[in-house]
Design a protein around this ligand. Structure first.
Ligand SMILES: Nc1ncnc2c1ncn2[C@@H]1O[C@H](COP(=O)(O)OP(=O)(O)OP(=O)(O)O)[C@@H](O)[C@H]1O
Length: 271
């Protein structure tokens, strides 16, 4: 069998409290999770269960306390250079135009400026911003900034895309447009995607597989569901399919109790 794009094996992450070094908090424990080459996998789970922690581990931004990360079969030791990331917050540089932002990653990688400009321009066109390359972030809407971030991630042609609630700040219509655009771009290039979301509807509509995490501490996957809805999908239309509703009911049955536990944990920790 071909190597998985990402293989998290028995990952445990324990954090030491900054205020009280004797106190430890194990966010995730013994998590094994794989994303196949070209597969779109979403992770859903209650707030604070460690979804972002796992994404940071996959990105190589956080070294796990225990466990191994493999990227296309190679053990990951530093940053995951095969991956591009897109986070909830904008990662755009305010002093650069849209084009300048999309070019930046290519420039850092030593691509000659003229080529970087052509490739960045092409990606801006693909995300529908061909005529907006000279806008600065403060001159763009939230949706335009997200499109620019998407172009910024995809211009580097990563084999793996790591996304942490990338569209959660958008209004519902813009969000659905962006989700459909992401699916269209993904199906053309078939990258491996690890997608973190709070939104079960979004997870089902987008993914090949949905992994459900338990509430923390020591969170771990407690269910994995293959999403056998046909592609191409329109994220708004697919939500009306009887199969979508069946899958939603089956996954929610597993997730619901964990969400309630997650809220209780948060209140207790806050108290
Ligand atoms: N650097 C850190 N130091 C201490 N605790 C941390 C650190 N990073 C994360 N945590 C804790 O680990 C747990 C998991 O956090 P994480 O952000 O991964 O959860 P999440 O599932 O992404 O949350 P949300 O859904 O609310 O975004 C949380 O309880 C958080 O407070």
């Amino acid at each position: 069998m071909a190597d998985a794009a990402i293989e998290l094996q028995d990952i445990t992450c324990t954090f030491v409290s900054a205020d009280a070094p004797a106190q430890r908090y194990t966010a995730v424990q013994d998590v094994t999770l794989t994303v196949g080459a070209g597969e779109f996998v979403s992770v859903v789970g209650p707030t604070g269960c460690g979804k972002s922690t796992l994404l940071n581990v996959a990105a190589g931004l956080l070294a796990p306390s225990r466990g191994t990360v493999r990227v296309f079969g190679q053990v990951l030791t530093g940053l995951n250079t095969r991956a591009g990331y897109m986070f909830q917050a904008d990662s755009l540089m305010p002093w650069r135009t849209a084009l300048g932002n999309v070019m930046a990653g290519l420039e850092f990688r030593g691509v000659p400026p003229a080529e970087a400009r052509t490739r960045a321009q092409e990606w801006l066109r693909r995300v529908g911003l061909g005529d907006f390359g000279d806008r600065y972030p403060h001159q763009m809407s939230g949706g335009m900034r997200k499109r620019t971030s998407l172009a910024q991630t995809l211009v580097l042609d990563p084999d793996i895309i790591l996304m942490d609630e990338p569209f959660s700040a958008l209004d519902i219509q813009t969000r659905q447009l962006m989700e459909n655009e992401l699916l269209a771009l993904w199906s053309a290039k078939r990258k491996a995607v690890l997608f973190i979301t709070h939104d079960l509807d979004e997870a089902i509509a987008m993914s090949d597989r949905v992994v459900v995490m338990s509430a923390g501490p020591a969170a771990r996957p407690i269910g994995a569901f293959t999403i056998d809805l046909p592609r191409p999908r329109d994220v708004a239309e697919v939500k009306m399919a009887p199969r979508f509703l069946q899958l939603h009911a089956a996954i929610w049955a597993v997730l619901r109790d964990e969400v309630l536990k997650g809220y209780r944990q948060q209140w207790q920790r806050a108290a």
